[in-house]
Design a protein around this ligand. Structure first.
Ligand code: MV4
Length: 459
């Protein structure tokens, strides 16, 4: 077995920088790709080589499959790392890499396809005896069918898009008379967003927590989990703060959710790294929600508590190496929290791109900043507004919170608005400090600032 000599990174921003760092440590050369407006971006400077792949718009650059494969070919790259977003969960891209003789650093295209079909993934888990929230067995294609399931499980229910993500095509329905309209609206929204209007239905779980488990599988039968991350603090289905362990976790809870995650990965014949997402209700009961077949934004909190470099392991797995770790050698230490820092107006959460006139990042023991930003860099308006991840590690949750407060206070980003002022409020809020929050937390905090979701609904 041999590790790759050169990897092309089909991404930008902090995750491209993160992947370059992992490659450097592994002795792998890196190729950055960039759009016309990103010549001066940090991932381009830090990579060994770079190739311009097209105009600013993602569709013509970071999503341009032939362009990226050509760049890999002309640079003799043996593998492509997709990061997250863009082409990371596109089964056609994974397949096209394979056909071109380039290793896709991620799971198999079959894994990606099933992960992207949420109704089918749910059905697969149900059949394997992994708990799922009461609801439909696979997709529901007619209004009659959805009424039947809704009556059986009882209201409120939630309609979700099979191809879903980002909350699009999702509708909470409180009573039967609202169901018909919600069904057609959700279907239309899903069709517009994903080109696929297929829906499924679940019982609506109030006050749920979103808890997910990092898994690693080598495709040779070895599957381990790296513990859980709590991603309950979200706004408009965008995670804002993630932590590991979950504030509600115990030794027993971790063992249980970890076992479910490993069983889920086995049911999917999963290979490479991935995340199994769960709904945890207020009684602490765990239900499978969905599978994410990529490295996630929030992977650093798991790295901080386990000491494992997830990206390095991901690259080794893609090269065909067996897992380096056994479940018994995974021993999480302390507590880690991550804040996503976005170039956004913190009051209204609308993007605020522009030139960063001054940038100073916090440091010191237990503080990590994953970013591609620097003084003088212009935050483009074309891509995601996340410009940095601030990650802390402390011996326990309160120590991590104190460290986060200190680090947020030290961070200086001038020239653009960022979400730092909002994040500071969260870390002073008693519900966050107590760990007693649910998915309504951000709404509550935002409403206190007289801000409403554009649709005025909670989901
Ligand atoms: C749910 C739910 C209640 N019951 N599923 C799934 C994707 C995520 N972005 C929102 N999701 C939810 N799924 C059932 N069966 C409530 C939500 C939800 C939510 C979840 C986590 C964090 C914030 C949220 C805000 C609104 C709704």
């Amino acid at each position: 077995m041999k590790l790759f000599k050169k990897i092309l990174i089909a991404n930008r921003g902090e995750i491209a920088v993160r992947i370059i760092r992992a490659c450097r440590e592994l002795g792998i050369r890196t190729v950055a790709v960039y759009s016309d407006i990103e010549k001066e971006s940090m991932h381009v400077r830090l990579a060994d080589e770079s190739v311009c792949i097209g105009p600013a718009s993602s569709a013509q650059s970071y999503l341009n499959i032939p362009g990226i494969l050509s760049a890999a070919e002309i640079t003799d790259s043996e593998a492509v790392h997709p990061g997250y977003g863009f082409l990371a969960e596109n089964p056609h891209f994974a397949e096209a890499c394979f056909t071109s003789g380039i290793t896709f650093i991620g799971p198999t295209s079959e894994n990606i396809r099933l992960g992207g079909d949420k109704a089918k993934a749910r059905q697969t888990m149900k059949r394997k005896g992994i708990p799922v929230v009461p609801g439909s067995d696979g997709p529901v294609t007619s209004e009659e069918a959805i009424v039947k399931v809704a009556k059986k499980i009882g209201f409120p229910v939630i309609l979700k898009a099979s191809a879903g993500g980002g909350g699009k095509g999702m509708r909470v329905v409180n009573e039967e008379r609202e169901l018909e309209q919600a069904f057609y609206l959700a279907q239309r929204e899903a069709l517009a967003a994903f080109g696929n209007g297929e829906l499924y239905i679940e019982k609506f779980i109030p006050d749920m927590r979103h808890i997910e488990v990092q898994i690693m599988a080598d495709g040779k039968g070895n599957i381990i989990h790296l513990g859980e991350r709590d991603c309950t603090i979200q706004r408009r289905h965008q995670k804002l703060i993630e932590e590991s362990p979950s504030p509600i976790s115990t030794e027993k809870f971790r063992k249980k959710i970890g076992e479910y995650a490993i069983r889920a990965a086995r049911a999917l014949r999963y290979k490479n790294i991935g995340t199994i997402e769960f709904i945890v209700d207020s009684a602490g009961d765990i239900y499978f929600m969905e599978v994410n077949t990529r490295v996630q934004v929030e992977h650093p909190v798991t790295e901080m508590v386990t000491g494992i470099d997830i990206i390095k392991e991901q690259i080794r797995l893609a090269a065909g190496f067996p897992l380096e770790y056994k479940q018994s050698s995974i021993k999480p230490v302390g507590h880690s929290i991550e804040c996503r820092i976005n170039a956004e107006d913190p009051e209204r959460f609308i993007p605020n791109p522009g030139k960063i006139t001054f940038f100073y990042q916090p440091g010191g023991p237990g503080i990590r900043v994953d970013t591609a930003a620097y003084s003088g860099w212009v935050v483009p308006s074309y891509y995601d507004s996340m410009i940095a991840k601030l990650v802390v590690h402390g011996s326990n949750r309160m120590a991590a919170i104190e460290k986060m407060r200190s680090a947020l206070g030290e961070f200086v980003i001038e020239g653009i608005k960022t979400t730092i002022p909002f994040l500071k409020k969260v870390f002073d809020h008693h519900d966050f400090i107590s760990g007693q929050f649910d998915t309504g937390f951000v709404e509550k905090l935002s409403r206190a600032n007289a801000v409403m979701d554009e649709k005025g609904q909670t989901t």
